[in-house]
Design a protein around this ligand. Sequence first.
Ligand code: NDP
Ligand SMILES: O=C(O)C1=N[C@H](C(=O)O)C[C@H](O)C1
Length: 250
Amino acid sequence: MVNVVITAPRGHMDSLIVKAAYEREDIRITGGIGPVGREYIGSDIGLVSGLGRSIGALVSDNLEDVINECDLVVDFSRPQLSIGFLETCRQHKKAFLCGTTGFSPEQEALFEDAADEIPVMKAANTSFVVNVMRKLLGQAAKNLGSKAKIEIIDLHSETKIDAPSGTALELAEEISEQGKHPTEEIVFHSVRAGDIPSSHKVIFGCKGEMLEISHHAYSWECYATGACDAIQYLAGQGPGLYTMDDIIQF
Ligand SMILES: NC(=O)C1=CN([C@@H]2O[C@H](COP(=O)(O)OP(=O)(O)OC[C@H]3O[C@@H](n4cnc5c(N)ncnc54)[C@H](OP(=O)(O)O)[C@@H]3O)[C@@H](O)[C@H]2O)C=CC1
Ligand SMILES: O=C(O)C1=N[C@H](C(=O)O)C[C@H](O)C1
């Protein structure tokens, strides 16, 4: 059994993680974290997240107050918040699963430092299917890397803050590594419109033909399910920086 604190339980993503984790027999939610001053601080996370029932775990406005009851903190929020939660986990020697995107290179380096002391997983996309797509792209890049012009299009709702998406950046990293294709030559396009859930399309433009590999999420449950698998994996690990590659056997 893994005991978890889930940050931002009113958020689009973490509210779904509360629901998915509640269904899992191997995960127990021990608390949540919300912003100072919200009317829901002190309320049950099951009610705050929209699960629809109390589950005996309260939302606090300070991770320090609840961290000792958990093994692991799950966080899909905002870069600046995530960096604060990471530091608290490091101080208390708790594992940290972070799905937040939009970090600066300096912030990325803080994850590597913390991973010397605690188990940390950083995953811009916890969907199993997106990670299969990433592997397919690596294979395509091995064969086409030098022959193709590669462009990545990510489509999201108009409320998404960061661009390109964290997923687009991770897909580019795989293409670059596997295809020995300079990352600077990969072109990114980001569409932010209406309530599009999330789509990624990668185009390998060749002479007289093109290859296109796409993923479309119709809802965010796929990310929440993958996050629960990541929780379960990370709880059994020692200090280190882990990714979705570690839990998915290809
Ligand atoms: N890895 C993956 O697979 C996925 C990653 N993401 C990423 O997850 C992140 C979150 O996205 P999304 O759920 O849309 O964001 P939302 O805007 O829906 O949620 C952000 C939440 O942060 C809360 N918050 C603000 N300040 C604090 C604080 N001090 N302490 C605790 N919580 C706080 C807000 O609370 P309140 O509601 O009270 O204002 C809000 O609920 C993004 O970076 C996104 O890219 C998204 C989908 C999949
Ligand atoms: O909707 C979002 O926000 C998402 N963020 C992640 C990203 O930046 O890649 C994962 C997914 O694309 C949804």
